[in-house]
Write a new protein. Structure first.
Lengths: 110, 122
C-alpha cells in the first residue's frame, strides 16, 4: 500500500489553476525531495518535476512544484485539455529503503 | 534517440517464472542507475527495484524481495528483471526507467520504456 497520499481526483475548466497535494511522513517527504510524474494510460509516464520544484527541459512553466514539511504540491496554472492525465508524486523512504509513489490523482479538464 | 524497450512479458501460471528485459539505446547505459516500476490494472505506479550503474548494488520493494532479481549487462546495454514464484497480484505492466542521476533529486526517472505486460493466471 502507498505511503504517500494524494486526492483521487481534481478538476478545472480551461485556464484555471489546479493544485494536487501529496502527503507523506518524516521518513519520506520530510527528509527527501519529491518528484512528480504525468501518466496517460497506455503510455510511458513522464517526469514532470524533480527535486521538489525543478522542471525538466520541455515541461511548460505552467507546472510548478513545492514542498513544506511532510507534504508537497504540484500546481497546474492555465489548465489545458492536454493536461488531462493521472499525476503521481514520489519520494525515497528512509524506513523502507525504497521509493514510494503517491496514490495518484486523476485530473479532468471540464 | 534515447530509448528503452522492454520485452519478455506474457501469460504465466502462479508459481512460474519470467525474465523481463529492457534494451537501452541512445545513451551511455553503463553510466546510469536503472529501475523497474509496475502498474497493476486499475491501480497506481509502484516502484519495484533499482540497480546501480555497475550492478554491484540493488534494492527491492518489500513485496518482491526474495522473489525478484534485478541485474544488468552493460556490454549488451540491457537491464533484466528475473521474477520467480509469481503470484496473481504480480499481474501488471512492468516499466523500466532511467534515473536522471541528479544527486539532489533521487527517484527522478527521466526516460521510461513503453512497458511489458505480465499476467499471472491459471
Amino acid at each position: 500500500h502507498s505511503v504517500l497520499t494524494q486526492p483521487p481526483s481534481a478538476s478545472g475548466t480551461p485556464g484555471q489553476r489546479v493544485t494536487i497535494s501529496c502527503s507523506g511522513s518524516s521518513s519520506n517527504i520530510g527528509s527527501n525531495t519529491v518528484n512528480w510524474y504525468q501518466h496517460l494510460p497506455g503510455t510511458a509516464p513522464k517526469l514532470l518535476m524533480y527535486g521538489n520544484n525543478q522542471r525538466p527541459s520541455g515541461v511548460p512553466d505552467r507546472f510548478s512544484g513545492s514542498k513544506s514539511g511532510t507534504s508537497a504540491s504540484l500546481a497546474i496554472s492555465g489548465l489545458q485539455s492536454e493536461d488531462e492525465a493521472d499525476y503521481y508524486c514520489t519520494s525515497w523512504d528512509d524506513s523502507l529503503s525504497g521509493y514510494v509513489f503517491g496514490t495518484g490523482t486523476k485530473v479532468t479538464v471540464l | 534517440e534515447v530509448q528503452l524497450v522492454e520485452s519478455g512479458g506474457g501469460l504465466v501460471q502462479p508459481g512460474g517464472s519470467l525474465r523481463l528485459s529492457c534494451a537501452a539505446s541512445g545513451f551511455i547505459f553503463s553510466s546510469y542507475w536503472m529501475h523497474w516500476v509496475r502498474q497493476a490494472p486499475g491501480t497506481g505506479l509502484v516502484w519495484v527495484s533499482r540497480i546501480n550503474s555497475d550492478g554491484s548494488s540493488t534494492n527491492y520493494a518489500d513485496s518482491v524481495k526474495g522473489r525478484f532479481t534485478i541485474s544488468r549487462d552493460n556490454a549488451k546495454n540491457t537491464l533484466y528483471l528475473q521474477i520467480n514464484s509469481l503470484r496473481v497480484e504480480d499481474t501488471a505492466v512492468y516499466y523500466c526507467a532511467r534515473d536522471l542521476a541528479v544527486p539532489s533529486a533521487p527517484g527522478a526517472f527521466d526516460i521510461w520504456g513503453q512497458g511489458t505486460m505480465v499476467t499471472v493466471s491459471s
